[in-house]
Design a protein around this ligand. Structure first.
Ligand SMILES: [Zn+2]
Length: 197
């Protein structure tokens, strides 16, 4: 058996997405064999990330400042809010360069099965932000899954009677934690072809 420190490292690595016990053991071994190039820089990066990176209280993005860089950037279009499920979706949209407004990260979807109601998601703060007269459009870039669409309809209903127009990404685009897998062109097209709720 390996030392308890190594066993602990393997157990933690195995909890990462895409890593089972076998690949976690290989990753741990690689780290230990490349102490200066990998293990020590990674340990420092983890400590620094844990200390500095926080959730933006306004939009739910992850950044080392709160409000985050996107919320603070005066060059971003304050009239557009793009609602996504996860930070990974925000990153995908940013990589595509197709969107220049601001974001709102819900932190998941409504799911009766998993006991996730509106209180578990950042919906109240979204409604509050949408009430700002500067905001003209809320784009719902949520998953094409049942949960994603249920969540989108719920939000559209909550925003009824406000001044903002609510739009969806072009139909049939798989989004919601899956924007990550789309190429930039598909994402841009889906954004341009958005339709009213
Ligand atoms: Zn933010």
């Amino acid at each position: 058996m390996a030392a308890p420190e190594i066993e602990r490292l393997i157990r933690l690595l195995a909890r990462l997405p895409g890593l089972g016990p076998r690949s976690a053991r290989r990753a741990a071994l690689t780290l230990l064999e490349r102490r200066e190039q990998l293990l020590e820089p990674l340990a420092a990066a983890l400590a620094e990330t844990a200390e500095k990176v926080t959730v933006c209280a306004r939009c739910g993005n992850l950044d080392s400042s709160d409000p985050c860089g996107v919320c603070l950037d005066p060059k971003r279009d304050a009239s557009l809010i793009c609602v996504v499920e996860e930070v990974a979706d925000l990153w995908a949209l940013e990589r595509s360069g197709a969107f220049s407004g601001r974001y709102h990260v819900l932190g998941g979807t409504l799911s009766a099965l998993d006991g996730r109601g509106p209180e578990q998601l950042r919906i109240a703060t979204l409604v509050e932000r949408a009430g700002d007269p500067a905001v003209k459009e809320v784009i719902l870039a949520l998953g094409a899954t049942v949960e994603g669409q249920t969540t989108a309809h719920y939000i559209a209903e909550r925003l009824q009677g406000t001044e903002v127009s609510v739009t969806y990404l072009a139909h049939g685009v798989p989004v919601g934690g899956e924007l990550d897998y789309l190429d930039d062109g598909t994402l841009s097209t889906a954004l341009k072809a958005r339709r009213p709720a």
